[in-house]
Design a protein around this ligand. Structure first.
Ligand SMILES: NC(=O)C1=CN([C@@H]2O[C@H](COP(=O)(O)OP(=O)(O)OC[C@H]3O[C@@H](n4cnc5c(N)ncnc54)[C@H](OP(=O)(O)O)[C@@H]3O)[C@@H](O)[C@H]2O)[C@H](O)CC1
Ligand SMILES: [K+]
Length: 508
């Protein structure tokens, strides 16, 4: 699914009306109907009590007025508070005229802000994608008044005061909604941690916007939903054998961190790899062989960390980093690996696919000259702190996305920035936000599991780097969701994610 800017969203409205021969009021009615369907599915008239609708002067306010009429007809009690403005949009005026007199309407005045009881329901239809500057004056005052009231706030399309696609200055007035019900496509703002307190839980309702316009519109931002990865996992042909699905090499583990190697290996096996060999320090031999009997195991001459790079010829993909340690000997292994991976494989003529995680990333940050040696399409899987060590501290989440795009394009690699909406950056400058996963996955070892899944998918000759990375990230999150359905989020551990990778991949 694409994510568009606010300006592109306005063009999308126009294109939809032209394509479908719709009046703008008809499109507004679709939006209001979608909102009301969501609302009535959530709250009965009794639960809702007297709803306050805060209404701005543009089409977001127009959506609100239309929704007020539909809600009243469905038996809800409402009062509407209008933000004064020099002019209101034509569709606003149309819906104002249609609002029955039985709905109480009052203008907001500086000295007379609407009364808002604790826990009462408020619908925020002040501003949406047409916000052109931060809120000031009376609008800002209304928003602050609302945020202080501790009401249950539901925003139409966007929490008012929030830009859809850009940061707002610090301390701007922005509505803190519990729910945001948006139309058509997700907004970039929904996916960034800094906006979580404003957006709350969000949903996007389909209002039949022009598919042709969306397909023809260029954007760097994408949202990976089930449809994006459907059918992407290559089938397992009847006459396949373990060689068909690749042989992966994992370089992981050190004293006290053998669990990372075990989890990564487990995830790689559940990710469908044909064969897995792990190269681990001597101290981990029993631990690893007992916990992962399906994998083969090479032990390093060092007991506590890895100091040797095995012969790479048998492998179709290499993963390095989980639990690795940052010992200089392990740095030397990383150097050798990058050097070896710079030459195309004799068998296929392709570069050896690499997955680089955890301590291998930290080694890259402390030896940045090595970044120049990353083979094209290597996959790096940093969390935000690891990413900032590779680049620079980000001013905010939008700046971090800029840094992410720059990094992936400059180094011709794929970067999986882990988080609530894990963001995959590709060498062509695209950013793909993942839709699966939950806060239960913020637990030790979860990242190791991701590396294992990615390693399995990269070892598979039929999956190009981008498709493998996007599918791996999606399946990892989905496995976490399936696991959390059984364990609850608090009870979730990384091993639970491993156990659900099979079912998650089977779904796609
Ligand atoms: N496809 C869809 O998603 C549909 C969306 N709909 C709804 O329409 C809004 C967008 O409506 P629009 O009229 O473009 O914009 P807003 O309602 O958000 O606000 C525009 C008015 O607000 C003024 N404005 C802007 N910023 C400020 C500010 N900081 N302070 C005060 N006033 C402000 C603006 O005035 P200008 O001076 O900037 O011209 C306008 O008067 C979208 O979010 C959906 O809710 C459609 O209903 C259907 C399809
Ligand atoms: K709004």
């Amino acid at each position: 699914m694409k994510i568009l800017t606010a300006a592109q969203t306005r063009q999308l409205d126009q294109a939809t009306m032209q394509e479908q021969g719709l009046l703008s009021t008809e499109l507004m009615e679709r939006a209001a109907t979608a909102f009301v369907q969501w609302f009535t599915g959530r709250f009965t008239p009794t639960e809702a009590g007297e709803i306050l609708l805060l209404c701005g002067p543009g089409n977001n306010g127009g959506d609100g007025l239309s929704a007020a009429r539909l809600l009243q007809r469905a038996g809800y009690r409402l009062r509407v508070a209008l933000l004064p403005a020099d002019k209101q949009s034509a569709d606003w005026q149309h819906n104002r005229r249609l609002l029955p007199n039985s709905v109480a309407v009052a203008g907001i005045e500086p000295g007379r802000l609407p009364k808002i009881a604790v826990d009462s329901l408020v619908i925020d239809a002040l501003f949406g994608t047409g916000l052109s500057r931060p809120l000031t004056g009376l609008a800002a005052k209304v928003v602050q008044h609302l945020n202080q009231a501790r009401a249950r706030v539901i925003a139409i399309d966007l929490p008012s005061g929030l830009f859809a696609d850009a940061p707002q200055p610090a301390n701007s007035a922005v509505v803190q909604a519990q729910h945001t019900v948006s139309f058509g496509l997700p907004k970039l703002a929904f996916l960034l941690p800094q906006n979580a307190a404003f957006v709350g839980e969000w949903e996007v309702k389909d209002i039949g916007l022009s598919e042709a316009f969306i397909a023809a519109t260029a954007t760097p931002w994408h949202y990976t939903d089930a449809a994006a990865v459907a059918g992407q996992l290559p089938p397992r042909p009847k006459f396949s054998h373990k060689g068909t699905f690749g042989h992966a090499l994992l370089l992981a583990g050190s004293r006290g961190k053998m669990g990372a190697a075990v989890l990564t290996a487990g995830a790689c096996l559940r990710g469908g790899v044909g064969l897995l060999t792990a190269h681990i320090p001597g101290c981990g031999y029993d631990i690893f062989q007992i916990s992962q009997p399906e994998a083969m195991c090479l032990t390093d001459k060092q007991a506590d960390f890895i100091s040797e790079l095995p012969e790479l010829q048998p492998y179709q993909a290499v993963g390095i980093g989980p639990g690795l340690s940052q010992d200089p000997a392990s740095l030397a292994v990383l150097r050798q690996l990058l050097k070896a991976a710079a030459q195309p494989l004799k068998k296929t003529g392709h570069l050896l696919p690499l997955i680089i995680d955890a301590d291998a990333l930290n080694l890259l940050s402390s030896h940045r000259a090595l970044l120049k040696q990353l083979p094209e399409n290597a996959i790096l899987t940093p969390h935000p702190k690891e990413f900032e060590r590779l680049t620079e501290p980000a001013r905010d989440d939008y700046h971090r996305l800029e840094l992410l795009r720059e990094f992936a394009t400059q180094h011709r690699c794929l970067v999986v920035l882990k988080g609530a909406y894990t963001c995959l950056a590709t060498p062509d400058g695209a950013l793909h936000f993942n839709s699966t996963g939950n806060a239960g996955m913020a637990t030790g070892g979860s990242g190791d599991v991701l590396t294992g899944v990615l390693l399995a998918l990269r070892a598979h000759a039929q999956l190009p780097a981008f498709e493998a990375a996007r599918l791996g990230v999606y399946a990892h999150g989905r496995a976490g969701d399936l696991a959390a359905a059984q364990t609850g989020q608090a009870g979730l551990v990384a091993g639970d994610i491993v156990r659900h990778i099979g079912p998650a991949l089977a779904e796609v």
